[in-house]
Design a protein around this ligand. Sequence first.
Ligand code: KG4
Ligand code: ZN
Length: 335
Amino acid sequence: MIVLGIETSCDETASAVYDDGTLLSNVISSQEIHKKYGGVVPELASRAHQRLIVPVVEQSLRKAKLKKNQIEGISVTVGPGLVGSLLVGISFTKALALGLGISFIGVNHLEAHLWSWKIGNLSRGKPFIGLVISGGHCILTCVERFGKYQFLGSTKDDAPGEAFDKVAKLLNLGYPGGPVIDRISKKGNRNFVRFPRPGIKSNGYDFSFSGLKTAVLYYLRKHKKTYIEKHIADICASFQQSIIDVLIKKSFDAACSKRVDMIAVTGGVAANSSLQKAFRDRGEKEGIEIIIPEPVYCTDNAAMIAQLGCWKLRNGEKSDFSITALPSYPFPCSI
Ligand code: KG4
Ligand code: ZN
């Protein structure tokens, strides 16, 4: 089944074409405009989606070497995300589906992230711990199989990506903060400052990262500008290590207690190179398989939306024209 995926939940306008296990195209247009504001400006994001959606979808069809009347279904993100941005993708999808006379399905962005490691991965399914870490979310779940999810924990305040972005802002490193902190940290000493590891001693699976960001803020206030500039790589590496330590502890605890031997780490923060190494090293030691998608499928993309939609449409699920944006669409849950 040839499915067109549309993703407009935040600041990426993305479209992909997926045909039962084969990704035919994956086009992502990242909105550069937000960089100068140090974060996503919702109104500007909606306007940019409006401008970009038609050319991005056309490009994904061209790359897949398909005409639009060859598409058999459409999958679109309905939440969570920015309401104005989501509505652009949803309205576009409804209009296209109506014009072509085909089915469409609204999907949860976090469920799509959770399965993004399956893109191009033909391994057979088995139960796993899914850690979704992005700019807005941090979710730990035990996945028995597709559609059967046991919620374990989530962040009570900031998401890991949000912490990266806010700390990068404090250090004047620009937006988004994750990739730049990742790069700078490579030259730093991760043991230089002992920042807190929030919740690492508790047995629960919830997370909290806002205190860590505040600890970095207080540290910066306490030191001279020249000292901070000299040790910027050490500060970045130390902050990054705190996040990694907490994520590793909770994920491996969950794998042990649920007796599963695989952890899938997905979402934008999963693109972090030190985090990937830390998970793989620990996985090797404990005999737990670590699966992390290629960076392009970690950050927001429409391939994961097309894949999830294809599975659901194949299962006979579809949405009707009453669907609308669900900015706080929870996951895991069923509606
Ligand atoms: O999944 P995503 O593209 O969008 C959301 O659904 O939120 O995640 C974006 C987040 C941003 O906060 C960004 O700073 C972070 O992922 N990120 C990274 C890296 N690449 C992107 N964080 C740490 N290291 C990276 N290499
Ligand atoms: Zn995302």
